[in-house]
Design a protein around this ligand. Structure first.
Ligand code: AMP
Length: 464
């Protein structure tokens, strides 16, 4: 998964983008990059492995002159985690430069890439996104927005893009609307961002969502947009509301905080824990859901797990051994709260079960008498092909075990998941128009023909 940001018409566009990327850090922590275009149409870029604050220095931003910039935070789901695969991609072609930043996963990238390779294209990375850059360079259309429309025609799967061609900033969203993308106003300029929290940090005002299948172009003449692909049945990723987006964002037109609270309310209705003394969240992604559970159940909400904020998300670790160790590095239980108590532990999802098992052991070690785990989404039974980093089916605990077995494996007294209907009815704008493929197995596209090639190479071999 990734975060994307673009700005047109700001005096120091790279600095604005740098700030914006700080707010999109949760969407990707492997690498970050910015490309800016100056008044002479010279494009300059920087891409670094690591966090925005580690890799991209303020001094470096000063060198990236110009009023147009795009940026990217990366969390690899297609292509391995190396600097070659960091974005934005910056390429030169017959018409000048193309810079591109992508959030999502293309499901037919392998086929598109091999067709391009058959006709002589050479790729500099293993990212699916580079396919779009090659298609842009080959487009027959002359106007940037039509070039992009031509390049995207026949590209399937999930994409939100910010692209700079020459001195035009473009934004595009796939016709099923999988990933969020908004446009805001900043002075006389415009800003695009994966989430509204990135508009807030730069002082931009939200105008609207980029519509599914829409391309928006911004240049010296202002902003114009058109529907480049006929919108298809909406498949907005419900996991953005469940886990991925920040609670201070509005995604798909709805508040993530309200969505998570409503998920917590439903969870308390569907899976009560009548014998419990208190409820607590696995911070931070389930804070709002645990609050919702507490509100509805009448149980007190306690802070039973303290999260170390200087450690990244657990999945960042390349190996399983690293992930296990990281649970302890990341969380510590508060004995004072837990000792002798029957507790409800709320989390937003169980993926592999590794984190959860580790957490339950910590909570029991701190003296909890009973542990009732409540999950504010249904069991994850299939991988995501559209940009969320869920592993392959054989690693997904719920794809291979019954709920009773999972309860035993993670070591809880009871385990209750929210139902699929409960989740879809709780999120704003539901129950229709969401992609729930990882929960339901209803995939709206054919599975990618070569899953191994499309998804990231195993981390162990990827040199993360
Ligand atoms: P585990 O029990 O090891 O599957 O880990 C579940 C935890 O990982 C939960 O706390 C989730 O909030 C978090 N999580 C869920 N999906 C992802 C993801 N795609 N990437 C990183 N963390 C995730």
């Amino acid at each position: 998964m990734c975060g994307i940001f673009g700005v047109f018409g700001a005096p120091h566009a790279a600095e604005v983008t740098h700030l914006g990327l700080y707010s999109l850090q949760h969407r990707g922590q492997e690498s970050a990059g910015i490309v800016a275009v100056d008044g002479d149409s010279v494009a300059r870029g920087t891409r670094k492995m690591g966090l925005v604050g580690e890799g991209l220095s303020a001094v470096e931003m000063e060198k990236l002159e110009g009023q147009i910039a795009i940026g990217h935070t990366r969390y690899s789901t297609a292509g391995s985690s190396t600097l070659d695969n960091a974005q934005p991609v910056l390429a030169r072609f017959k018409g000048g430069h193309i810079a591109l930043a992508h959030n999502g996963n293309l499901t037919n990238a392998v086929e598109l890439r091999s067709r391009l390779e058959d006709s002589g294209s050479i790729f500099a990375s293993t990212m699916d996104s580079e396919v779009i850059v090659h298609r842009l360079a080959r487009a027959e259309q002359a106007l940037p927005e039509y070039m992009l429309a031509e390049a995207l025609h026949g590209v399937d799967g999930a994409y939100c893009l910010v692209v700079v061609i020459g001195e035009t900033l473009l934004a595009a969203r796939d016709p099923r609307g999988w990933r969020p993308l908004v446009v805001g106003a900043l002075g006389d300029g415009f800003v695009f961002a994966s989430e509204t929290c990135a508009l807030d940090i730069v002082g931009a005002t939200l105008l609207r969502e980029v519509l599914p299948g829409e391309i928006i172009a911004v240049d010296r003449d202002g902003m114009r947009s058109f529907q480049s692909e006929t919108p298809r049945q909406l498949h907005r990723c419900v996991f953005e509301h469940v886990y991925f987006a920040r609670p201070d964002s509005y995604v798909f037109g709805g508040s993530v905080d309200r969505a998570r609270r409503a998920l917590g309310h439903r969870l308390a209705d569907e899976q009560p824990a009548p014998t419990a003394d208190l409820v607590f969240a696995v911070p931070d992604s389930s804070n709002a859901a645990a609050l919702g559970f507490a509100e509805r159940s009448g149980l007190p909400l306690e802070l039973a797990l303290i999260r170390n904020h200087y450690v990244g998300r657990t999945f960042i670790q390349p190996t399983q051994a690293g992930r296990d160790a990281k649970v302890k590095v990341k969380f510590n239980p508060v004995r004072e709260v837990l000792a002798g108590k029957s507790v409800v532990m709320v989390d937003d999802s169980i993926v592999r079960g590794t984190t959860t098992r580790g957490l339950v052991a910590l909570v029991r070690g701190a003296g909890a008498r009973e542990v009732h785990m409540r999950v504010s989404s249904p069991p994850i039974v299939g991988p995501c092909y559209y940009g969320i980093d869920t592993p392959n089916r054989d690693e997904l605990i719920a794809a291979n075990h019954s709920i009773e077995e999972i309860a035993a494996l993670i070591g809880v007294d009871t385990l209750g998941y929210l139902s699929l209907d409960g989740m879809l009815n709780a999120v704003p704008g539901g129950p229709d128009g969401f992609c729930d493929a990882c929960f339901s197995g209803n995939y709206p596209t054919p599975a990618p023909s070569s899953l191994v090639k499309m998804r990231r190479a195993p981390r162990e071999t990827a040199g993360v």
